[in-house]
Design a binder for this molecule. Sequence first.
Ligand code: SF4
Ligand code: SF4
Ligand code: SF4
Length: 316
Amino acid sequence: MHEYSEKIRDIAEKLLKNGTVDVFIGFKKGTVPMMNEPVLISDPEKVHTLHWDSHCALNLCNYLTGRTDKIGILATGCNSRNIMTHIVENQIKREQLHIVGIPCTGMIDHRAVQRAVQFKEILDITEDKDRLIVKGDGFEEKLDKKDFLQSNCLTCAHRNPVEYDELVADLVPEQEGVSAYEDVTQIENMNIDDRWDFFRDMISSCIRCYACRNACPLCYCPTCFVDESRPQWVGKSIDPTDTMTFHILRAYHCAGRCTDCGACERACPVGIPVRQFTKKLNKDTLELFSWEAGLTSKQRPPLDVYKVDDYNDFVK
Ligand code: SF4
Ligand code: SF4
Ligand code: SF4
């Protein structure tokens, strides 16, 4: 991963100096371990702040919306798919972008690491090939990185960027035969009351902070339906009905567009597995339309198009 950081800095410096891009979007090391922060750099003298490791799990596509300048941007598999979706949805133009592809081996679940060290304060965490070295006051733990990957990364079938202008490293092997939807199938197999209870319990600690929405590159509406007051579509309280309305409607807005990047879940301050909503819709769009979001910039998502020969009975 350190090789990635050096290569990223070299590429960003080159692109900014030769005028290919006006700004470069990447990550810098966070002030708190495992919390790297997105950074926008326009001064080639500042590329030394760019950093890459397995804690760069926010979605950089979030910073592209509506920009009109020339942009260099890092893109893992999932981030590149969100960029394709942004292009399809006219949020950015392909010709504005210089996509620097990151062959990705997965991001670390920071909550799992915290659990592994019994919630002791982590002061430093480094990577040595496949190991994480976690240090705090009076302790040092060595953990196998593969045991601490985010759940979306464990089943990711598109670790390489789907489109790029250059790569920071050779492409990595894709994970074959992974089953991404076992958890969804389990929920589908519940009876309707149990399913409702499952989702009601899941969101019971939601504080309606909207960090999940704000972390998601799909949520770029100038005014989100939850913030509208004329008309007010949904109450602003943490009443379970209001909260469920927010989650279900947001999930439907993501149908056929979600890349399962995990940024929403990572951003949630109370650890709600909000991907349980979007994963069901990802599974449905795969089964009904053979569609996975963001694999191309040439085709709109299935729920975004209408054809007279659509097979649904209600289309006459
Ligand atoms: S979902 Fe895939 S591409 Fe995205 S961070 Fe995880 S492993 Fe990488
Ligand atoms: S809903 Fe979550 S997993 Fe899907 S694209 Fe948005 S942030 Fe990523
Ligand atoms: S980030 Fe978590 S707590 Fe905040 S609105 Fe989303 S699910 Fe609720």
